[in-house]
Design a binder for this molecule. Structure first.
Ligand code: CAA
Length: 380
């Protein structure tokens, strides 16, 4: 089914058209093999990057495409409808460019055209084995020594771990709590940055996360982004925007599940008619489609607040919470519509179901989103 969209410019319609061409021509033919065999799609990401999709919401003056978030997120949605792994990669790369774009020194900002240009891939290292939801408790330490920070510790669940060209590393340069955290951006080839064996995941097997060990990794002092002690704020602001990216991935995945289930229900004959004609199936499809539209509306509302420079932290948390829960429900229902066929890998819905699960967890579990929302209601 074609989704009716209201986009702000003709250019945005063209961009979404181009994205659909890439999704149909480059992503759709490859996704099943790459996901089944666990092949990291570096080549596909280069194609996506060279089409300009790895720097969409950043200013043109910095080498980005100057697109509003509202448009960028709908591009992500289309990519996710073909291949969640690629959409997630674009979202995480975009997240990883935020610290330098928003807080970088003049010198650091000179690297932006390269970061946004499409050939490089970024990663964002906040979580640790002992500190996921409680990000302010992180223990990776950076100590000044001569012209360098010497970084020691372990980061966990790092998307693009071992694949990225640069790493945002949130580490402790001061005392306990959020005020002691700083942000460094390190090149992947820095000695002492040691990617570990990728995790064996339930879904998104083309791009499994990995732990990253920092073993006395020497990062030049001038790779500190923002001021010392400003890292937690930078991390949280980056995640506010990143969570919108994850929500967009969820909407794209869920829309694909609605379309696939509806197509199957139109073709599948039981008791002499297409199963779509039975109300028991048609109403499931109607509820699936309605939930996806509601998730998209919530997402675009948050994006428009961000584009207008208004506070959007809480609306982003609501969008991430709602859209990823919708993706889980809708992909579950899609399997039900397909029946036994939904449970086997001849159809993509069982993969979408496995992939939806991680969206309820990454970039802040949905329990953390509820915490952000409830605090906004109850704290003065
Ligand atoms: N924007 C700006 N500043 C913010 C902020 C935001 N959204 N949220 C908090 N802050 C500031 C607060 O204002 C406060 O500043 P002051 O001390 O100056 O008042 C400071 O940060 C501390 O805030 P809190 O007291 O709210 O901090 P907290 O310890 O209670 O934690 C939290 C808040 C929301 C639970 C946060 O820890 C959180 O989001 N946790 C989840 C982390 C997460 O999402 N991890 C996933 C990372 S993804 C990854 O690593 C993998 C990958 O590949 C992408």
């Amino acid at each position: 089914m074609t989704v009716e969209r209201m986009l702000p410019t003709d250019e945005a319609y063209e961009l979404l058209g181009l994205t659909k061409e890439i999704a149909d021509g480059e992503l759709a033919p490859r996704v099943a093999k790459y996901e089944q065999e666990g092949l990291f799609p570096r080549d596909v990401l280069r194609t996506v990057g060279r089409a300009g999709l790895l720097g969409l919401p950043y200013p043109e003056a910095d080498g980005g495409a100057g697109q509003p978030y509202e448009v960028y997120l709908q591009v992500l949605e289309i990519l996710a409808g073909s291949w969640l792994g690629i959409a997630e990669a674009v979202s995480v790369h975009t997240l990883s460019c935020y610290p330098i774009s928003a807080y970088g020194s003049e010198r650091q900002r000179k690297s932006l055209p390269e970061l946004l240009g499409g050939d490089l891939l970024g990663a964002y290292c906040l979580s640790e084995p002992q500190g996921g939801s409680d990000a302010a408790a992180l223990t990776t330490r950076a100590v000044r020594d001569g012209d360098d920070w010497v970084v020691t510790g372990t980061k966990a669940w790092i998307t693009h771990g071992g694949r990225a060209d640069f790493y945002n590393v949130f580490c402790r340069t001061g005392g306990p709590g959020p005020a002691g955290i700083s942000c460094l951006v390190a090149d992947a080839d820095t000695p002492g940055i040691l990617p570990q064996t990728p995790e064996k995941t339930m879904g998104l097997r083309s791009s499994p996360p990995a732990q990253m060990v920092f073993d006395d990794a020497r990062v030049p002092l001038d790779r500190l982004v923002g001021a010392e002690g400003e890292g937690f704020r930078i991390a949280m602001q980056a995640l506010d925007a990143g969570r919108l990216g994850i929500a967009a991935c969820a909407v794209g995945l869920a829309q694909a599940a609605v379309d696939y289930a509806a197509g199957y229900a139109r073709e599948r004959i039981q008791f002499g008619r297409a199963i779509a004609e039975f109300q028991g199936v048609g109403f499931i499809l109607a509820d699936m489609a309605t939930q996806v539209s509601a998730a998209r509306a919530l997402l675009l509302n948050a994006a428009r607040l961000k584009d207008a420079g208004r506070p959007f932290t809480v609306e982003a948390a609501k969008a991430k919470l709602f859209a990823t829960d919708v993706a889980m429900r809708v992909t579950t229902d899609a399997i039900q519509v397909l029946g036994g066929a939904g449970y086997v890998s001849d159809h993509p819905v069982e993969r979408w179901f496995r992939e939806a699960k991680v969206l309820q967890i990454v970039e802040g579990t949905n329990q953390i989103q509820r915490l952000v929302i409830s605090r906004s209601l109850t704290r003065g």
